[in-house]
Design a protein around this ligand. Structure first.
Ligand code: HEM
Length: 402
C-alpha cells in the first residue's frame, strides 16, 4: 500500500471547533447551540445541536450516511463498522456485539477490579499521583489490550500510534498544524498500524488464542470468512476507540470530583448510586463532541432544508444539554432518572464498547473511593483541559497517608 496525501483537511473540523471554544467549561456554548437546533455553518455544512435534530439524523442512516462522510484518519479504506452503513454495518455488529455484551462484561468484572486495585497499589502509599499518566491511561488500556490479544509490552507503541492519529505530531513534542503535514503523518502512522496488526494476525493464524484477534480470523459474514483487509479495518478503529475514550472520561470525571467534594461524598456514603452517577457524568462531560455524516439526498430537518452532499455533524455533546430532554440540564444530579444521554452516540452506530466502558468507569469509582475517599488537587498544579475529545492532561492528585 502506498501512503500518499490524497485527502483535504477534514471538512468537519470547524463544526467540531464550534463546540470546543472553552473545553474547561463548554456548557453555555452547548446550550446556545441547542437553542438554534440545526446550526448552518456556511455552504454545505450543518451541525445538528438539539436532541430532536440529532435524533432525526441518526435514526435515518440512509439519508445521513457515514460511508460518504470521509472518516479518514490514516486509514486507506473505511473503518468497519464505524465507517460503513447498513446493511453491511449491521452484519459486522452481529459478529462484534456478542464480544462486548453485558454478560461478557460480567465475566470481566473480577479482573477489571483486580487491575484497578493493582494500579492503585502502585501509588497509594506515596499520597499522590499523576492520575492521567499513572491510572487513566494504563488501566483501561490494559483491559483493552488483553481482550484484543495485544501484548501489554506494546502499550507505549500502541499509545504512540493512537496519539499520532488523533493528535498528529504530539508524540514528537509538537502538534502539527499544517493540514497536509497532518495528513501525511497520519497516513504514515496508518501504515505502521496495518503492519503491526498484520504480523500479529499471522501469529494468531498459526497459534489461535482466546482473544478478539483470533475471533475475527474465524468470523463469517454470509458464510464467508472476513478477508485480511476487513479484519484490519476493524482492528484499526478499535485501537482509536478502545485506547482513548475511557481514559478521557476518567480524567474528566476525576477533575469534576476533585473540584466537588459534595458529589464525592455522595459516592462514599452511598456506593449504590455509582451506576447512575456514571451516567450523569457521561452526560455532563460528553467527551466525544459529535459524529460525522453526509446527506445523501435533499431533505428537511426541523424546517431546515439540507442539500444532498452536505457535511452533517451530529452534536452528541450539545444534545445532552437540551432542556426538552433533560430538566435543569446545567445541574449535575447523580440520581437523574431517566437519563437517556447520547454520550455513546445513538442509532445504528451506537457505541460497541459502551458496556465495557461503563464497567470500567463504575468499578473505578467504587474501588477508588473505597480506598482513597479524600483527595485534592496537588497545590501548584492546574487543570489542563484539552479540546475536541475533552480530557485533562497531567491531573495531579494528593491525599492523606498513614
Ligand atoms: C466512555 C467511553 C466511550 C465513549 C464516550 C464512546 C463514544 C462513542 C460514540 C459517541 C460512538 C458513535 C460514533 C458515531 O455514531 O459516529 C461510538 C462508536 C463506537 N465505539 Fe465507542 N465510546 C467509548 C468506548 C469505547 C470502547 C472501550 C470501545 C472498544 C471497543 C468502543 C468502540 C466503538 C466502536 C467500534 C464504535 C463504532 C460502532 C459502529 O459504527 O457500529 N468505544 N463510541
Amino acid at each position: 500500500m502506498s501512503a500518499e496525501v490524497e485527502n483535504e483537511e477534514c471538512e468537519y473540523t470547524d463544526l467540531f471547533l464550534e463546540m470546543a471554544v472553552d473545553p474547561a467549561a463548554p456548557w453555555e456554548r452547548y446550550q446556545a447551540l441547542v437553542e438554534r437546533g440545526v446550526v448552518e455553518k456556511g455552504e454545505g455544512k450543518v451541525l445538528m445541536a438539539s436532541r430532536a435534530a440529532v435524533e432525526a439524523a441518526c435514526r435515518n442512516p440512509k439519508v445521513f450516511a457515514i460511508d460518504e462522510a470521509g472518516l479518514f484518519m490514516g486509514n486507506v479504506r473505511s473503518f468497519k463498522p464505524q465507517g460503513i452503513d447498513p446493511p453491511l454495518q449491521t452484519k459486522y455488529r452481529k459478529i462484534l456485539d456478542p464480544l462486548f455484551s453485558p454478560k461478557k462484561m460480567d465475566l470481566l468484572e473480577a479482573d477489571v477490579a483486580a487491575r484497578v486495585n493493582q494500579f492503585i497499589d502502585a501509588f497509594i502509599d506515596r499520597g499522590e499521583c499523576n492520575f492521567t499518566e499513572e491510572f487513566a491511561i494504563p488501566f483501561p488500556s490494559s483491559v483493552f489490550l488483553t481482550i484484543m490479544g495485544l501484548p501489554y509490552d506494546d502499550l507505549d507503541l500502541l499509545l504512540r500510534f493512537k496519539d499520532d492519529i488523533l493528535r498528529p505530531g504530539s508524540s514528537q513534542g509538537e502538534l502539527l498544524t499544517d493540514p497536509q503535514e497532518r495528513l501525511q503523518f497520519q497516513l504514515n502512522t496508518g501504515q505502521e498500524i496495518y503492519a503491526y496488526y498484520e504480523a500479529l494476525l499471522d501469529e494468531r493464524q498459526i497459534s489461535p488464542q482466546d482473544d478478539i484477534l483470533t475471533h475475527l480470523l474465524h468470523a463469517e459474514i454470509d458464510g464467508d470468512r472476513l478477508t485480511r483487509e476487513d479484519i484490519l479495518d476493524v482492528c484499526f478503529h478499535f485501537l482509536l476507540a478502545g485506547l482513548d475514550t475511557v481514559t478521557d472520561n476518567l480524567t474528566c470525571f476525576f477533575a469534576f470530583l476533585v473540584q466537588h467534594p459534595d458529589y464525592r461524598l455522595q459516592l462514599i456514603e452511598n456506593p449504590a448510586i455509582i451506576p447512575s452517577a456514571v451516567e450523569e457524568l457521561l452526560r455532563w462531560e460528553s467527551v466525544v463532541p459529535a459524529g460525522m455524516r453526509r446527506a445523501t439526498e435533499d431533505v428537511e430537518v426541523l424546517g431546515c432544508p439540507i442539500k444532498a452532499g452536505t457535511a452533517v455533524s451530529l452534536g452528541w455533546a450539545p444534545s445532552n444539554f437540551d432542556p426538552a430532554q433533560f430538566p435543569d440540564p446545567l445541574e449535575v444530579r447523580f440520581d437523574r432518572q431517566p437519563n437517556r444521554h447520547f454520550a455513546f452516540g445513538a442509532g445504528v452506530h451506537r457505541c460497541l464498547g459502551s458496556h465495557l466502558a461503563r464497567r470500567e468507569l463504575r468499578v473505578t469509582l467504587r474501588e477508588w473511593h473505597r480506598r482513597i475517599p479524600e483527595y485534592s488537587l496537588k497545590p501548584g498544579s492546574k487543570l489542563e483541559y484539552q479540546s475536541l475529545m475533552r480530557s485533562v492532561e497531567n491531573l495531579m492528585l494528593v491525599w492523606p497517608t498513614g
